[in-house]
Each structure stands twice: as structure tokens, then as C-alpha cells.
Design a protein around this ligand. Structure first.
Ligand code: NAD
Ligand code: IPM
Ligand code: MN
Length: 352
């Protein structure tokens, strides 16, 4: 079981350290961890945010545990050298098009949600976000127009096959849950979204057991706050999924709790190859202070065991330990408490 660990920048190294401690505590047979540089730290050491040797390490692994990338020291670099290109590069180079972002309220945290407790209690959803296309990966540029103004542009597009494969991921995920899929787009304005909607409807014919609905993204954002319990699986594109998942995190209580799995089509000897990371970033405002909540990364390690190593029992064991810690009042600053990153890691380890 080869796991490449890419801690990255800011709180990335603080939170991955705790997830690695949890993985090591499980006594998994044949577990091998190796570490690589990504992000700003890789740029400063090697001149590139995703060095060739890191990419090679990723390809040689069965799964990747990723912290976060991004640092203000890089805000003015040319875009291809910015830290964020490391995670975008890994997602596209490795064909990781299906990003699963579960959002569930843990018992005892209903009061920490940005929503009223009676609404928070109803949250149990999975956001299935497309990860290899959309405006993220289209042509982009900066130019000077004929009248001498600067103009920035980013091309948004989806091909039929890109939509079909993520739609299949969404329907399959819905089948494993409550069989309700809500596709979120902006088909009233965007051609990209019209194609998205058409292809999702075509794909639905193969899943008659799944109930399909559609929402425009602006309404979906509103509905997430008004009545989050209506959602089971949300299927959406790269940009809308990015925004809606940060919104969902505050419905749950903290961005420090939301994990993710990024999967493609490659199968290893153990399961599906994937990259696992918290949905949050490098949090420069609290980096280096030992304040970050590592639970999102620990929960991402649980998703890794489930999807890449077929070990449902150990995945559930980690999730139960996190849930128990939260039920026992273990709280970092993000949840109104005082515990630091390693103390939260200790609390989870004790409960394993
Ligand atoms: P962020 O997610 O890093 O932080 C947003 C806010 O949430 C901050 O106030 C931060 O302190 C808090 N926060 C985030 N994670 C937390 C945790 N585990 N515990 C407690 N508090 C936490 O978003 P941002 O500030 O917009 O971005 C900072 C950098 O991270 C940028 O460079 C951005 O591009 C990058 N980023 C990277 C990833 C990734 O690597 N996948 C994801 C998101 C943002
Ligand atoms: C995320 C992040 C990334 C994204 C950035 C850092 C490229 O916000 O993983 O949610 O937009 O996908
Ligand atoms: Mn994001």
C-alpha cells in the first residue's frame, strides 16, 4: 500500500502530519509512505509548484494524501508557476475527474452550523464535483483591447464525454445513498450548462431507480441555506462545485471538517487510485500556529482507505473516532474551542 504524502504549504503540513499519525496507528499491512514537495514550497526549492519528481512519485503510488497549497509569496508569479497549479496539475495529469465532497452534521455540532440547529441536523449530502474541465482548464489570457484597455478572459466549456462520465459518477453515488440526484447548472444562461443538462438527462435513462432533479446554481445556493435536508447527491461542474462545497462546510459547522476524494478510472491492486485532501486551503492567516483543525484531512485519509484500499472497516473506524471526539466536546478554534492541531490529533488517536 504505497501512499504519496504531499503536505504542501501553510497549514497543509500541520494537518497532514495528524492524518499520517492516524494511518500509522492502524497497523496496516505493507503500508509505505513517501513524501514529496508541492506548491509554494516546491516552487521555492525546485523552481516549479509540481516538480517532475513529485509527479513521478504520484504516479508510482496507490493513493495520494494531499494537504493544501497556496502562499501569498506567490500571488504575483506567472500563473503556471503559482502553487495552485500543483493541485490542478495532479488532478488533470492523473485523470482525477470525480471529486466527492461529503457534508454531514456530526452529533453535538448542530449549534456550530451557520444555520439554525433544526436545519443543521438534517444535513447529509454528497457533492459530486467535476474536476478536470470547465472554466478552470479552458484557454485563458490577458490582452490589451483595440481601445487600450486590459482584458482578462477564461473559456468555459464541457464536452459531452466529460459530462457523461461525471454524470455516471453522480448516479452511481446516488444509488449507494438515498437515490436522489440534483444536478446544478446555469442552463438558463450558459451553453456549457445547457449541454450539461441535456447529457445528464440522457444519462438518467440508465438509472431509472434514481430520482433526478435540476436547479440553477443561484437557487441551489439559496436552497442549501433554506432547506439543506432536501439534498442527497448534488452533481455539478468544477466552478459551481468549488463554491457550493465551501458554502456546505459552514452549514456543517467548519471548513476544517470537510474531506474529499478525487477519483478517476485507474484501478490498482487494492482499489481505485485517488487523491485525498481536505476541501480547505493553506489558511495563511493561521499557518504555523498549530491552530488548524486536522479533522478534514483525517477524514480524507478515511476516504482513502474506503476508495483506494477497499478497507471499509478501517475507514469507518477513523470516522467513528472523529465523531466520538466531536461528541466528547473536542473543539479547535474553528469550532469555538481552544485545542490545537496536535491535541485534536491526540484526541482522535485515543478514540481509535
Ligand atoms: P482557506 O480554505 O485556506 O481559508 C479560509 C478560512 O478558513 C481562513 O480563515 C482559514 O483560517 C480557515 N480555515 C481553513 N482551513 C481550516 C482548518 N483546517 N482549521 C481551521 N480554520 C481553517 O481559503 P483561502 O484563505 O481563500 O485560501 C488560502 C490559500 O489556499 C490560497 O492560496 C488558495 O488558493 C489556497 N487553496 C488551496 C486549496 C487546495 O490546496 N486544494 C484549497 C482552497 C484554497
Ligand atoms: C479546492 C481549491 C482549488 C479549486 C484551488 C486551490 C485550485 O479551492 O480544492 O477547492 O478551486 O479547486
Ligand atoms: Mn475550493
Amino acid at each position: 500500500m504505497k501512499i504519496a504524502v504531499f503536505p504542501g504549504d501553510g497549514i497543509g503540513s500541520e494537518v497532514t502530519r495528524e492524518a499520517v499519525r492516524v494511518l500509522e496507528a492502524l497497523d496496516l499491512p505493507g503500508l509505505t509512505l513517501f513524501e514529496g514537495d508541492v506548491g509554494a514550497i516546491a516552487y521555492h526549492r525546485h523552481g516549479h509548484p509540481l516538480p517532475q519528481e513529485t509527479l513521478a512519485m504520484a504516479k508510482a503510488a496507490d493513493a495520494i494524501l494531499f494537504g493544501a497549497v497556496g502562499d501569498p509569496s506567490c500571488d504575483n508569479l506567472e500563473r503556471h508557476l503559482r502553487p495552485e497549479q500543483a493541485v490542478l496539475g495532479l488532478r488533470s495529469e492523473l485523470g482525477l475527474f470525480s471529486n466527492l465532497r461529503p457534508a454531514t452534521v456530526f452529533a453535538g455540532l448542530e449549534d456550530m452550523s451557520g444555520l439554525r440547529p433544526e436545519l443543521a441536523r438534517t444535513i447529509d449530502m454528497l457533492i459530486v464535483r467535476e474536476l478536470n474541465g470547465d472554466v478552470y482548464f479552458g484557454d485563458k489570457g490577458m490582452r490589451t483591447t483595440a481601445d487600450g484597455q486590459r482584458e482578462g478572459w477564461d473559456m468555459m466549456s464541457y464536452s459531452e464525454s466529460e459530462v457523461r462520465r461525471i454524470a455516471n459518477s453522480g448516479f452511481q453515488a446516488a444509488r449507494k445513498r438515498s437515490s436522489r440526484l440534483c444536478s446544478v447548472d446555469k442552463a438558463n444562461v450558459l451553453e456549457t450548462s445547457q449541454l450539461w443538462r441535456d447529457v445528464v438527462i440522457e444519462t438518467a435513462a440508465e438509472y431509472p431507480d434514481v430520482e433526478l432533479s435540476h436547479l440553477y446554481v443561484d437557487n441551489a445556493a439559496m436552497q442549501l441555506v433554506k432547506d439543506p435536508g432536501q439534498f442527497d447527491v448534488i452533481l455539478t461542474g468544477n466552478l459551481f462545485g468549488d463554491i457550493l462545497s465551501d458554502l456546505a462546510s459552514m452549514c456543517v459547522g467548519s471548513i476544517g471538517l470537510l474531506a474529499s476524494a478525487s477519483l478517476g478510472e485507474r484501478e490498482t491492486d487494492f482499489g481505485t487510485f485517488g487523491l485525498y485532501e481536505p476541501i480547505h486551503g493553506s489558511a495563511p492567516d493561521i499557518a504555523g500556529q498549530g491552530k488548524a483543525n486536522p479533522m478534514a484531512t483525517i477524514l480524507s485519509a478515511a476516504m482513502m482507505l474506503r476508495h483506494s484500499f477497499g478497507d471499509e472497516a478501517q475507514a469507518a473506524r477513523i470516522e467513528a473516532a472523529v465523531a466520538m471526539a466531536l461528541a466528547d466536546g473536542i473543539r479547535g478554534g474553528d469550532l469555538g474551542g481552544k485545542l490545537g492541531t496536535s491535541a485534536i490529533g491526540d484526541a482522535v488517536l485515543e478514540r481509535l
